[in-house]
Design a protein around this ligand. Sequence first.
Ligand code: SAH
Ligand code: SF4
Length: 385
Amino acid sequence: MNDTGATDRIDLLGLDRPSLVALCRDWGVKPFRGQQVMRWVHRRFESDFEAMSDLARGFRATLAERARVAAPAVISDHVAADGTRKWLLDVGQGNAVEAVFIPEVSRGTLCVSTQAGCAVNCLFCSTGKQGFARNLTAGEIVGQLWLANRLLGARAGAVDGDAEDGAPDDHDRIVTNVVFMGMGEPLLNYEATSTALRILLDDHGYGLSRRRVTVSTSGVVPMIDRLRDDVPVALAISLHAPNDALRDHLVPLNRKHPLAELMAACRRYLDRAPRDFVTFEYVMLDGVNDADEHARQLVELVRDVPCKFNLIPFNPFPDSGLRRSPPERIRSFVQRLSDAGIVTTVRKTRGDDIDAACGQLAGDVVDRTRLARRVERGRIAIARA
Ligand code: SAH
Ligand code: SF4
């Protein structure tokens, strides 16, 4: 490690507790100092080492020289009419990713990205259409949560009164839940995703319970098993089709990991999952996957998998060639699944006036004209909010 250049300084946002403790040991500092630093960074959202008042002066100087706390830079920050807030974040080389905060009465959910672009290329997803640029680092993933907490004005003081059990109270925070449903396929960026998850769950990190953190995947079967063994959080599967022929078409990854394998992986996952069900996400595409017959096949497919369904009305984007199912079709689909005893909800589309809804997230910012147009649309949304 080169200790002098600013860019070579180690980014603490992406270090889990064992790595921070090891770093301290390497630097001849007592390992528990790593824990203290972790709390300053992830519980008080501090980036200035000088402000970390209970660390020895010498250690603060070492940190300033060799480390940094640097979340991705904010390119734009938009608030939708419904309070949904979206940040476009610069991850270098013309790439941008998005993080979206969705406030609700009893919770605040942050949707984070794990890759710039995505290689899976689902037919209905604008991220997929942009192709794959690169994996985010653990620091860039955690950085989205760190930044959201700072920008939302989460009370850093929440950390002060909780020395007993180390876990902050939910109502002291604004982000209470995190979903890995932004840009990218989290399980195709496994190392960074699992490190980020450990930091989110750590009592000296964000202290989130496993039930409040959800990883959504298009079905990378071997990595579902790894997640189960390493850091089992709530699992959502992007199903979208009830048979292999249709799913091969909609979610190309299905050709590699077909439905029977995926259902078996879900059953294995449930042995260790923090919830006793898997959530199946199902995008409702007019005339493609929304017939009553598809619902009937779905009921059959998931017979042995305790699950809930979350139907997502398709969010259109330019040139997709697809349409959202009409409300009466969605109602009929819900009815069929519910009649079979499957709890089924329809996702409320949030923030669509600022393109913050599922599948509408931006990718490459090399196309400045397009970005400028989006920013302009966002400004209009703010004015309306
Ligand atoms: N890559 C992961 C997580 C990110 S996508 C996955 O596919 O699960 C998050 C969710 O949004 C997925 O269920 C995805 O299928 C859905 N989605 C993608 N594009 C969409 C669109 N245009 N309209 C509605 N939902 C979409
Ligand atoms: Fe990738 Fe998920 Fe979009 Fe499919 S839906 S292209 S897996 S981000």
